[in-house]
Design a protein around this ligand. Structure first.
Ligand code: RB5
Length: 152
């Protein structure tokens, strides 16, 4: 199936804390301009808040298939990644370069992309997101490896 067919009906959940709020707002515009349907899980301002309050709802939506994929941002990306990866059905991958954005899909099939908003320019966040969305999972030995990630 071509990426263009996938994009037309793909729903993406997105969340950030206050540190990622400005990037989240811009990234929603970018995603919508590319034809993705976006569900915003907050936060909705730059007022200080606790990232788990938005990360858990996003993770649950992705696990239930209410959104196909997710994107999360906080200052370093670590708080979001730590929280999201508590969910057994989530593979949240932190990416800060376009190459890592490609590999986190190709090798790890990350279903949530996490980015460190305070440590990358906005333009890089857009490039990383675009590359992650357009890359396909390689499967094979990588499927075997990701099958071993969940704690049973
Ligand atoms: C907020 O100051 C900061 O701690 C948060 O955005 C994030 O970096 C945590 O991991």
């Amino acid at each position: 199936m071509s990426i263009h067919r996938l994009v037309s009906n793909m729903k993406i959940g997105i969340c950030s804390d206050h540190a990622g709020f400005a990037y989240k707002s811009r990234l929603i515009g970018y995603l919508e301009s590319k034809g993705y349907e976006v569900k915003d899980f907050g936060t909705h301002s730059e007022e200080s808040m606790d990232y788990p309050d938005v990360a858990h709802p996003l993770a649950e939506a992705v696990e239930k298939g209410e959104t196909d994929l997710g994107i999360a941002m906080c200052g370093t990306g670590n708080g979001m990644a730590m929280t999201l990866n508590k969910h057994q059905g989530i593979r949240a991958g932190l990416a800060w370069t376009e190459e890592i954005g490609r590999l986190v899909r190709q090798h790890n099939n990350a279903n949530i992309l996490v980015m460190p908003a305070r440590f990358i320019p906005y333009e890089d966040a857009e490039k990383i997101t675009g590359t992650w969305l357009e890359t396909e999972f390689e499967g094979g030995r990588h499927q075997r490896r990701i099958d071993k990630i969940p704690v049973r």
